[in-house]
Design a protein around this ligand. Sequence first.
Ligand code: ATP
Ligand code: MG
Length: 262
Amino acid sequence: MADQQPVIAVRNLTKHYGGVKALTDAGFTLMAGEHAAIVGDNGAGKSTFVRLITGVEQPTSGEILLEGNVVSFDSPLDAREQGVETVYQNLALAEDLDVPSNIFMGREITRINLGPLSVLNHKAMRAQSVDMLATTGVKIQDLSEPMRGMSGGQRQCVAIARAAGFAKKLIILDEPTAALGVQETARVEDIIRGLKDRGVPLIIISHNLRQVFDLVDRIYVFRQGRIICSRLKTQTTPEEIVGLITGAIAPESLPAEEAVTC
Ligand SMILES: Nc1ncnc2c1ncn2[C@@H]1O[C@H](COP(=O)(O)OP(=O)(O)OP(=O)(O)O)[C@@H](O)[C@H]1O
Ligand SMILES: [Mg+2]
């Protein structure tokens, strides 16, 4: 069955920066419609993993399969073109451009498409930006202002709205609510639930275990540059996850059931 195939699967993914082993032999699988969380201490390799599976950096070794095909994304744009949308921990928005230009960067809507002589359809991009942002509930007075003057929360909402609006195969969020207030966090969590309802697979990195247990099906634990195990949410507890993150619980001590992959 088509939906038995993982959306993304990663085998032996490794990234070393000189002597720094940021990620070693990582294995990861996300099934259709599944929402997974990545948890782990600072420096455990979470963002490195995201950069590798979205073409920001190339792995030292290992394999990435998207819907069963080995892929090698040359750039984040390459990943986006293949349906993988990402909100990075360090947001990549163009400071001097306004909100619609940021949302439609690289996929501008044109009125007349003649290559270099194309005429952009600003009205359509602005209208769609308003709709996309409405899903986040963020308030931005004037969309034509450059990003430079906007708050961390406003920037985050622009990036999340963009990713949620365009994601075709997979959406990856690296600590999407770390800079957000209570209300904005709740709205982002609602967007994530909406993506679940729409069947869009998602990977979220979060230090917030309440959020993780509220939102996802499966939790992957990173520790010291390795993915030490994954646990189905229904078969674990926040206490157990904390123990795995800190090393107080060894993954080998968990029951050898399907939910554990080490
Ligand atoms: N460009 C780089 N050059 C050298 N070392 C790096 C580089 N990027 C990351 N590292 C190192 O790799 C390790 C993993 O970093 P990474 O950013 O993946 O951690 P993280 O799990 O995302 O942490 P956090 O929760 O703080 O965001 C760290 O020891 C970090 O210092
Ligand atoms: Mg990180």
